[in-house]
Design a binder for this molecule. Structure first.
Ligand SMILES: NC(=O)c1ccc[n+]([C@@H]2O[C@H](COP(=O)([O-])OP(=O)(O)OC[C@H]3O[C@@H](n4cnc5c(N)ncnc54)[C@H](O)[C@@H]3O)[C@@H](O)[C@H]2O)c1
Ligand SMILES: C[N+](C)(C)CCCC=O
Length: 505
């Protein structure tokens, strides 16, 4: 797709007045005068973008009822018919690519270049699962005497999607595409920090011919999320967010014996061996740490570098990091925009301060400071310089905890056994990467890494045909790829007797 500035928003100019809640085929303004509203910010400028109205019990119930009604119609359509609607939705996303990307930037703070790629990933995901909708199938099992059994993949019902703030539109698509391909409907709750683009997806599905209520959006924070998880008509919860919230989601879902998909946090290792192509390894390390201002679950934030190549690696990584253009996220030349919120910026800067203070003390090779762009309208935005910490040790807080900001921790190692042990020494296991020219070593190391999403000689590329998800406390289930069909369907087994009933009674 050619990117053209169709919408052309400038930072500091967008005001959103329309309701961001959507069910029963349209945007819904909450009538309850008691409804609490909270401000939503534009990270690039620090200005209030809109007021968010959180849904209460009656609203959640209305959205779930509308989704239940949609399910009865949608689940009975042929896969080809569902695919047709989904392909039209994908086409509409392509048509509105620039508008969606720009609105995402205004609400999230990431660069427009990345936001466009996120919208593309959403579109591709819907196209991919449209294809899967036509191929849902079971198994035929031969039994003695000509009898047989078969299995059917059937939808679950109303699925709930709960999203994080780092990939708002993409997460909504990654959850809804497999759900609706399998014949389910979905009620989606975005993060209250980034509520504005999910409703665009709801409009698009609706324009594409989806029945009313197929994909609804309810806004709010943990109270609304918890109402959704507990709702008796909800069959499944698919969650993207932090580990502590993921545990709560699992607990709530367990009360209704509802299956969960959990895409949680990470503290992933990236291992760079001395025989690597150094230039590629440095590029990989930057991709592993600085996309979306470092606010990426799969980031390879523990960068293990073999000691013999540590000096040239550090020199090149620092040079490239210092050259990253920070600033107005809506400008094409910007490579790093603003972090998502002021409290989050302060938290990330706090990690850098602590890394310097800890017993061994990390060396700040570059960055880790608040940044004020020259453009006066950006002076209250949430910017910082991307940071590389050298001399880190395994026990440091910056190495153990998910920072979720542009902070790379570099650690040196000597042997393969040593680095494997250290890389696996984490409760999390979302992703991992290896850079080496030795093919045997690459596969051997990957086999021994405790992580669900692994990369050899690259990092953070997530084609929608490929399953994505974590080991250990990083999650349950997968998104994308064929296997995801299993997480949005239930299996029915049918035994067919071709002879007489051989009764014991
Ligand atoms: N593995 C992945 O695919 C993936 C992708 C993106 C982000 N993440 C993780 O998400 C985290 C950052 O996102 P965040 O700060 O929005 O996470 P979060 O856990 O604070 O919130 C995520 C969502 O859960 C909702 N929520 C919070 N408490 C709830 C409750 N008690 N019941 C129901 N819903 C509740 C929030 O409103 C939000 O919509 C990081 O840890 C990151 O690693 C993981
Ligand atoms: C597309 N990325 C960059 C791999 C992000 C996946 C979703 C995790 O935050």
């Amino acid at each position: 797709l050619v990117s053209t500035k169709l919408f052309n928003i400038s930072s500091g100019t967008l005001h959103i007045k329309d309701s961001l809640n959507f069910w029963s085929g349209g945007r819904v303004s909450l009538k309850d005068v008691e409804t609490k509203s909270e401000p939503v910010y534009e990270p690039a400028t620090g200005r209030v973008l809109c007021q968010l109205q959180a849904c209460g019990a009656a609203d959640v119930d209305a959205a779930v009822r509308s989704a239940s009604a949609a399910f009865t119609v949608w689940s009975k359509l042929a896969g080809m018919e569902r695919a047709r609607v989904m392909l039209e939705a994908a086409r509409l996303i392509g048509k509105r690519r620039e508008e969606i990307a720009e609105i995402e930037v205004v609400n999230n703070g990431k660069s427009i270049t990345e936001a466009r790629l996120d919208v593309d990933s959403a579109r591709l995901c819907i196209e991919y699962f449209a294809g899967q909708a036509t191929t849902l199938s079971g198994q035929h099992v031969q039994l003695p005497g000509g009898s047989f059994a078969y299995t059917r993949r059937e939808p679950l019902g109303v699925c709930v999607g709960i999203g994080a703030w780092n990939y708002p539109f993409q997460i909504a698509a990654w959850k809804s595409a497999p759900a609706i391909a399998c014949g389910n409907s979905m009620v989606f709750k975005p993060s209250p920090v980034t509520p504005v683009t999910a409703v665009l997806l709801a409009e698009i599905y609706s324009q594409a011919g989806a029945p009313e209520g197929l994909f609804s959006v309810v806004q709010g924070g943990q109270e609304t999320g918890s109402l959704l998880c507990h709702h008796p008509s909800v069959a499944k919860v698919s969650f993207t967010g932090s580990v502590p919230t993921g545990k709560k989601i699992m607990e709530m879902a367990s009360r209704g014996v509802k299956p969960v998909t959990l895409e949680l946090g990470g503290k992933s290792p990236l291992i760079i061996f001395e025989d690597t192509d150094l230039e590629n390894a440095v590029r990989g390390a930057l991709m592993a740490n600085f996309l979306s201002q470092g606010q990426v679950c799969s980031n390879g934030t523990r960068v293990f570098v073999q000691s013999s190549i540590l000096p040239p690696f550090l020199k090149e990584v620092a040079r490239r990091t210092k050259a990253i253009q920070i600033g107005d996220p809506l400008l094409d030349e910007t490579r790093m925009g603003a972090l998502v919120s002021k409290p989050h910026l302060e938290k990330v800067l706090g990690y850098v301060k602590q890394a310097k203070k800890e017993v061994q003390g990390a060396r700040v090779l570059c960055g880790g400071e608040p940044f004020i762009p020259a453009d006066p309208k950006l002076k209250d935005g949430y910017y910082m310089t991307p940071c590389v910490l050298d001399g880190c040790t395994d026990d440091m807080t910056c190495v153990r905890e998910e920072i979720f900001g542009p902070v790379m921790s570099v650690l040196s190692f000597d042997t393969e056994d040593e680095v494997l042990r250290r890389a696996n020494d984490s409760a999390l296991g979302l992703a991992a990467g290896v850079f080496t020219k030795d093919v045997k070593r690459a596969h051997r190391v990957i086999e021994n890494l405790q992580a669900g999403s692994c990369f050899i000689n690259n990092y953070n590329i997530t084609p929608v045909e490929v399953p994505f998800g974590g080991y250990k406390a990083s999650g349950i289930g997968r998104e994308n790829g064929q296997v995801t069909i299993e997480f949005y369907t239930q299996l029915k087994t049918v035994v067919v007797e071709m002879g007489d009933v051989d009764s014991l009674f």
